[in-house]
Design a protein around this ligand. Structure first.
Ligand code: PLP
Length: 367
């Protein structure tokens, strides 16, 4: 059977949860969203998760809650999906790109520190491929300059840093449950807020700015509310949450399988000429959304792997050269290296042991 690069896993329990939701006739945001949020906390250690309809919504909501606005600067990596930067532009703030550490693909804290100005308001690190960034260093910079820390953890569901869950490390953390992420609800996301006041504000703003818990229905049949600021239609619906509840039931097993496959790759490819594995710091555990490495003659390797039935991709090119961000820059030397050499092979739980052996063999056969 052909090997897929991504696998949208639907757990057996998900079929039952979704069917029960459909039969209930209650599809909008309700008790299933609440249950999914509670399960995310119980299973993965999320702090105050607020479920929304995409990872991009979570990022935008985080910036709104952090009061980032026109003229403010937000430091992000170029090695990410375009959504990270677009969320900043949605708030009419300016994107400042910091360099990449080519040994991990993650943002370089020393370069972040150099780019802080009077106008900096937030940092959005992205945990490339699922490996947590240097959060102690980054959170120290944020604390020193009073910046909001907003982790883009779209790749990092289930990752840990110094024994703590991603989703509990910083002021805010954003997740994605999009179709090709490790846990899908179709489209969805979550925003975790450490501070209670920000959590309440996120919860209110995800549904037009109306506080559902605190706006009783009057005799006229409509909620009694007085909107004080612009809100968004960003809430998750119960149908998506049902899929999430079901898919969460075996997520830890699937994550363990990803980690086992990644460990097999690391062992097998450690001494393969032309392959440079990324660093694997012992104080953190990757969620392995991707298995990225650096390589020589990338285009030739891509062609060789394709001819041997192995899908591979860079997944995301650097985003800073997009016209919306002002076009090409030349002040990101680490990014240049990573951008030229990085490549990812499949690492998901849908791979059989034979697939993994085949993928390793396809690389070792040379290019
Ligand atoms: C997937 C992804 C997003 C956006 O998530 P959506 O749920 O698709 O909106 C944001 N940042 C990164 C790094 C991603 O990979």
């Amino acid at each position: 059977m052909a090997i897929d690069f991504f696998d949208s896993h639907i757990a057996p329990a998900a079929y039952e949860e979704v069917m029960a939701c459909l039969k209930s006739g209650r599809l909008s945001e309700g008790k299933r969203v609440k249950r999914f949020e509670e399960s995310l906390t119980d299973t993965l250690g999320f702090v105050n998760p607020v479920c929304v309809n995409s990872g991009t919504s979570a990022l935008h909501l985080a910036l709104v809650v952090a009061n980032v606005g026109p003229g403010d600067e937000v430091i992000i990596p170029a090695q990410t999906f375009i959504a990270t930067g677009l969320a900043v532009l949605m708030q009419k703030a300016n994107v400042v790109f910091a360099d990449c550490d080519p040994t991990t693909g993650n943002i370089d804290p020393a370069d972040v520190a150099r780019r802080v100005t009077e106008r900096t308001r937030a940092i959005i690190p992205v945990h490339w491929a699922g490996l947590p960034c240097d959060m102690d260093e980054l959170n120290a910079i944020a604390a020193e300059h009073d910046l909001a820390m907003i982790e883009d953890a779209a790749h990092a569901l289930g990752a840990t840093y110094k024994g703590k869950a991603v989703g509990s490390l910083s002021r805010m953390t954003c997740f994605s449950f999009q179709a090709i992420k490790h846990l899908t609800v179709g489209d969805g996301g979550a925003l975790c807020c450490e501070r209670d006041a920000e959590h309440v504000r996120a919860r209110t703003l995800r549904w037009f700015g109306i506080n559902r818990a605190n706006s009783p229905t009057t005799e006229l049949g409509e909620r009694d509310y007085d909107l004080t600021e612009v809100g968004y239609k960003y809430h998750m619906n119960d149908l998506a949450a049902a899929l999430g509840i079901g898919n969460l039931t075996n997520f830890l097993d699937r994550l363990a399988r990803r980690r086992a496959i990644a460990a097999t790759y690391r062992e097998a490819l450690a001494d393969t000429p032309g392959i440079r594995l990324l660093a694997a710091p012992v104080d953190r555990e990757s969620a392995h959304w991707l298995f990225t490495f650096r390589c020589d003659n990338r285009l030739q390797l891509i062609r060789a792997l394709k001819s041997r039935g192995v899908p591979c991709t860079v997944v995301h090119n650097r985003i800073d050269d997009n016209t919306v961000f002002g076009g090409v820059r030349d002040d990101l030397p680490g990014q240049v290296i990573f951008d030229a050499e990085q490549l990812a092979i499949p690492v998901h739980e849908g791979l059989s042991d034979d697939d993994v052996t085949h993928i390793i063999g396809a690389i070792q056969a040379g290019w």
